[in-house]
Design a protein around this ligand. Structure first.
Ligand code: PLP
Length: 466
């Protein structure tokens, strides 16, 4: 009687929420590098242009994370103390979006994984907890990092509080001023927070010299945090996205989602995530892409970005710096140029100039698709979702919501079934000012102009011999 072979819940109806017991938290992360046909080209040292050696990274990262960055093993054990902290909020629930399906009148079945259930309200603690753990193990006393909208800073502040580490956060100045509550949350968890550019670092002072009113950018804040870590022996640096080890840690999302989909007899046709640096998208999609890379399933993976920061859809695959000052290694990634200063859209977490080298390579090889949306349509989708499902999405996550709705409407148009899975990467309770602006009709769309991309790519670092 049940349509589509979806297994009923114990009460006889179609399951709306699929939960796993605590002991179903994965014991290993999945490393997609073991299955990729082409790996990204190696990171290069910013001064010599030679491939980065593990010793080059030792001043700012613990050995365990450097090894994971370059790891070839398919499965990496999750340390017991990390799983112990994960148990605070994991496994996160998987929902069937029955309310949204009804509102859309679609034959598609829509599922979402809810990462807003963590203490910090997003997926970011999945890697923050792991990074804090490995740093404590290595004898580090303090972590320095940057944050844009404050999501990563709050995730790391929370993780450091769990392991007794000090935490210093360089917060992009506009957000520091516009999002005081995220700053308070970091301070509640014991972090010191500075508006970036700050006078605490040479990188910050240099920017302030030429532009004293600089609103800051993620690239500038990264320069400050890296400099802080490199110049203090007891301090390491921590990055919330982009790098291989970060995406590795985030695969708990997709590994749990696979178990949950299997419990209701489902497998997605398409897996969707919003993309800033690529960590939540990689986290939900890589365990499914494993099946595609190993030739078992044909699953689509769709990354969704803002038209204001169209890294995959308008950028190019090049070697570029991760920061403005050019202190970080050169990464081969889709980029808009490291001096990209993004327009002030509300999805603060999606304003980074680059993307994960792993996602970039998979996109180049046709294994990942990408789509860009303007923010007005994104907020419209978020409000429709909140009215149908109750949860208020973070503006970043709302990009994935919009794409899931479009997939469901396309299925309706074609009169076809389709199983859609997306990651609801965070809740929007700290973003009500953005919702206010949307409801008051004050949001505008912004297309980042093609000429600016072309000009920025001209300014990319020259890489010897490549
Ligand atoms: C930071 C953030 C993102 C974007 O970062 P990724 O590394 O691309 O996942 C997306 N959603 C939320 C809720 C975030 O906090």
């Amino acid at each position: 009687m049940l349509s589509h072979g979806v297994r009923p819940s114990p009460t006889g109806s179609v399951a709306r929420r699929v939960d796993l017991p605590e002991d179903a938290i994965p014991t290993r992360w999945y490393n997609i590098m073991a299955d990729m046909e082409h790996l990204p080209a190696p990171p290069l040292h910013p001064a010599t242009g030679r491939p980065v050696a593990p010793e080059d990274l030792a001043p700012i990262f613990p050995r365990a994370l450097i090894e994971q960055e370059m790891c070839a093993e398919r499965w990496v054990d999750i340390p017991a103390p990390v799983r112990e902290v994960y148990r605070t909020w994991r496994p996160t629930p998987l929902y069937r979006a029955l309310g949204l399906e009804r509102a859309l009148g679609t034959p598609a079945r829509i599922y979402y994984k809810y990462e807003g259930a963590s203490p910090a309200g997003s997926h970011k603690p999945n890697t923050a907890v792991a990074q804090a753990y490995y740093n404590v193990q290595a004898g580090v006393r303090r972590l320095a990092t940057e944050t844009g909208a404050g999501q990563w800073g709050s995730a790391l502040a929370f993780a450091c509080s769990q392991f007794g580490l000090a935490c210093t956060v360089y917060m992009v100045r506009v957000s520091y001023e516009q999002k005081p509550y995220r700053r308070s949350l970091m301070q509640v968890w014991g972090a010191e927070v500075y508006a970036s550019p700050s006078r605490r670092t040479a990188a910050g002072r240099e920017v302030l010299e030429t532009s004293p009113d600089s609103p800051g950018s993620l690239g500038i804040a990264i320069s400050e945090a890296v400099e802080d870590a490199a110049t203090h022996a007891d301090t390491n640096y921590s990055l919330g996205s982009v790098l291989n080890h970060v995406l590795l840690h985030q695969t708990v999302i997709g590994l749990e989602a696979k178990q949950q989909m299997a419990l209701v007899g489902e497998y997605p046709d398409v897996v969707i995530g919003c993309i800033g640096g690529g960590s939540n998208f990689g986290g939900i999609s890589f365990p499914f892409l494993m099946d595609r890379l190993q030739g078992r399933r044909m699953v689509r993976a769709l990354a969704v970005e803002p038209t204001a920061c169209p890294t995959l859809t308008k950028g190019a695959l090049r070697y570029d710096f991760g920061d403005v000052a050019g202190l970080t290694p050169l990464l081969q990634m889709y980029t808009l140029g490291h001096d990209f200063v993004p327009p002030g859209i509300h999805a603060g977490g999606l304003r980074y100039h680059g993307d994960s080298p792993l996602v970039s390579r998979l996109y180049e090889d046709g294994l990942v698709e990408a789509k860009a949306y303007g923010q007005v349509g994104v907020f419209e989708a978020a409000v429709q979702f909140a009215r149908a499902e109750g949860f208020l999405p973070a503006p970043e996550s709302a990009h994935a919501v919009k794409a899931a709705i479009d997939e469901a409407l396309a299925a309706k148009e074609q009169g076809k079934e389709r199983v859609i899975l997306f990651n609801l990467s965070g809740h929007g309770s700290f973003d009500l000012a953005a919702y206010d602006a949307y409801l008051a009709g004050k949001l505008e769309d912004y297309e980042y102009p093609e000429q600016l991309v072309a000009a920025a790519l001209e300014r990319l670092p020259k890489v010897p011999g490549r």
